[in-house]
Design a protein around this ligand. Sequence first.
Ligand code: TNX
Length: 534
Amino acid sequence: MRVLRRTLGTLLALAAASSCAAPHRDDAKPAASVVLTPYERLLPAPASVRAEGPGYAFGAGTVIRTGGPGAPEEVRRIGELLAEQLRGPTGLPLPVVDGAGGPGGPGVEDGDGVRLRLDGGAAELGEEGYRLRTTPTGVTLTARTPAGLFHAGQTLRQLLPVRGAGTVPGGTVTDTPRFAYRGAMIDVARHHFPVEQVKRYVDQLAQYKINTLHVHLTDDQGWRIAVDSWPRLAEYGGASEVGGGPGGSWSKDEYRDLAAYAADRYVTLVPEIDMPGHVNAAQAAYGELTCDGKAPARYTGIKVGFSSLCVSKERTYEFIDDVLGELAALTPGPYLHIGGDEAHSTPAADYARFMDRAQAVVARHGKTVMAWHQLASARPAPGAVLQYWGHDRTPAAEKAAVAAAARAGHPVVLSPADHAYLDMKYDKQTRPGLAWAGYVPAQRAYAWNPGSYLPDVPESAVLGVEAPLWTETISTRSDWELMAFPRLLSLAELAWSPSTALDWPAHRQRLAAQGPRLDAQDITYYRAPEVPWP
Ligand code: TNX
């Protein structure tokens, strides 16, 4: 038996010494494109691959089997979704059958095809891991949880050709994620986007095993979610956006529909109501939310840090209780994000006082607080998750406050702006985007190690990573995708793959191999010059 654990790094005999992409090496230069095997193309790189024996050829008779009698309905649903995702590219009918009713005959579970199996005993696969085993009779996906089965299906998609049926090579992929929180964020406040566009992003994220979508729902320029007890928030506060466009907002039914769509793809939504700053749209709708009681005009520029809720007014806390209460009821996931960034118009003592009360409101509604890392310098509540968004030039004291919070048990999500911000321009030619944290070329998105990025924040304190996309300069689907792709894929790999698999020369080949898949899905992406696109 030939046991093979090929990382592309070894294959290319490049950078054998590096376990993580180093930022300043020659490999920013263009590379030649290399033809990869299907296993080598997988992105994020799996934890382990053993290529072995002949593979399974998809054909007209291939069925998707979702288990015998007693298999949970959820497995059936995962099988249906996988079939849908595979039918287009393969051109095959791919009926979904349960073990008892398939062409293999009554009681037969082991017929040819794709088999989905939940195995509660597969402890080594954890909460989201899976095994994908391919022999000439079929492909068996095994996981301890439905989420793991779903991820296995996404791996299978990548093992098949971009177009046509093809053969999945023989062997076994055994794969578990490095981090539990693998996130992206979309700012629907600076520009309004319809739920349909966000669903499209959910599909793109899930494909690369990203499991969290943080939705920045409110900011100075717009309030995008209906709140029954304060209807003018969405009606008036939603009718604006950067640049003076009409804006818009989502009804609760639309939000529920999005949350359910995401949940079906094992993506959890983290809704954010940013406070005590970034609230001009709310104050424009309700003057009582300011200290002097006067509603400001709506704002369509891109400055930050000028608005603040009135910390000394009780009405402020009735407002956040109503808003967070309604949002908690809409939210299946554990977290409510309460922002807390750039509160430049809120004195530090007021900020801490306000955040104490806001965190208590979140807890009262049964959710866990998530906030930008400025909360670390106030008083984060037990269990609160801090999202770090600093960069190379962030003062050491600010990083130290995050490290101290991590030591006190606060999980940290890393979104370093000079690596993970998808709204930073790739270079000076990039038309959309900002550059306050510097340019973020494709390689830079990959060139950091979340496990050792922040001084004194050990990997064990890192819940995961998130790639935010702020939309001050982004108002179309194609600009959104242009900024996200390919950098989002690099973040996805940092979040999922073991640190030993991280290697830029290999990763850029994997990125290149995704190009035709992105093309086939009509996803706009930046043809980053460091990547040897075919
Ligand atoms: C900083 S990141 C912000 C946002 C801006 C973004 C633009 C963060 C927590 N606050 O308000 O949209 O920069 O890159």
